[in-house]
Design a protein around this ligand. Structure first.
Ligand code: SAM
Length: 283
């Protein structure tokens, strides 16, 4: 718990969401806040200049990016203590979501400063809103690793998760990334949401292999910014997996792994090879 008492004269850090493409996707409160604060801390001041010019926001800006974030804390804390309010923005969407700001917010909160959100777009929520994949439960993993082997390892860790899986992916890796995902998740339903709210917005859905084909056939589908959404494992399959594990454990008390796997495969309909590997793990 941090102490927020006797701070009524202090300013506030507003964490302000900005558009992820279409410049009109910004709230009136966000525009007014950006006009009224003493200072805007922006990930890239040149990039954010366009937004400020469009909405006639004349507030001075300083840069706040992953390399100077901690160094800015004292400077920002001092201004807040003087009663000035400050807005934090990133290049696109909600700051802190795969963007700088987490360390600043953590440090300011630890010092007892007021931090308040001005909500708006975020690519992951925007993508989920049109994907048609279950949203009652989902996990967001940010950017997938750049190396194929690390990506596959990440997917392997997640293959039994039942909730919807959401990732950010870059244009030069989208095809390789889909191919890696298909090897682990098989033909699960997935969505690639590209260039959301922009001119070339495309939302492709289908099995992972269908998506690979669509991307291979149209080079444009590898351009721009992407959210990749993969449906979670069907609950029935998870329950079945649990049953196979129980069944194998019992069979292994009486039989060697290959025989136990053979019988378990007959009873569950699962692949003998997979069950054999599971049997070796259980042994
Ligand atoms: N802070 C942002 C947010 O709230 O979504 C995310 C910033 S992160 C550095 C940029 C990544 O978000 C892109 O590489 C892409 O994966 C995703 N993204 C951002 N804008 C997008 C858009 N218009 N369409 C699809 N994906 C987008």
């Amino acid at each position: 718990m941090t102490d927020q008492t006797n701070r009524s004269n202090y300013g506030c850090l507003y964490v302000v969401a900005t558009p992820i493409g279409n410049i009109e996707d910004i709230s009136l409160r966000a525009i007014n806040t950006l006009k009224e604060v003493s200072l805007i801390a922006a990930e890239d001041t040149r990039h954010s200049q366009r937004l400020c010019q469009h909405y006639a926001i004349g507030t001075p800006m300083i840069s706040l990016h992953e390399h100077n974030e901690l160094a800015r804390v004292e400077q920002i804390a001092e201004k807040l203590a003087q009663g000035q309010s400050i807005a934090l923005i990133s290049d696109a969407g909600t700051p802190l979501i795969s963007d700088p700001g987490f360390k600043l917010v953590r440090e300011l909160r630890n010092k007892g400063h007021k931090v308040s959100p001005i909500p708006g777009p975020s690519a992951l929520i925007t993508a989920l809103s049109v994907a048609g994949i279950a949203t009652d439960s989902f996990s967001f993993f940010g950017f997938l690793p750049a190396k194929s082997s690390s990506r596959s390892q990440k997917h392997q860790e997640l293959v039994n998760r039942v909730e919807t899986l959401v990732f950010y992916e870059s244009s030069h890796r989208i095809l390789a990334s889909l191919i890696d995902a298909a090897e682990i998740y098989g033909n699960r339903r997935a969505v690639i949401a590209r260039e959301l709210t922009k001119t070339f917005e495309t939302v492709l859905d289908g099995s992972l292999s269908e998506l690979i084909e669509s991307v291979k056939q149209d080079d444009n589908q590898t351009k721009g910014e992407f959210v990749l959404i993969i449906s979670g494992q069907e609950k029935s399959k998870q329950e079945q997996k649990f049953d196979s594990k129980q069944l194998l454990s019992e069979l292994l008390k009486e039989l060697p792994p290959n025989k136990a796997a053979k019988i378990a495969a007959k009873l569950t309909g699962e692949k003998k090879k997979d069950l054999y590997h599971l049997a070796l793990e259980l042994k």
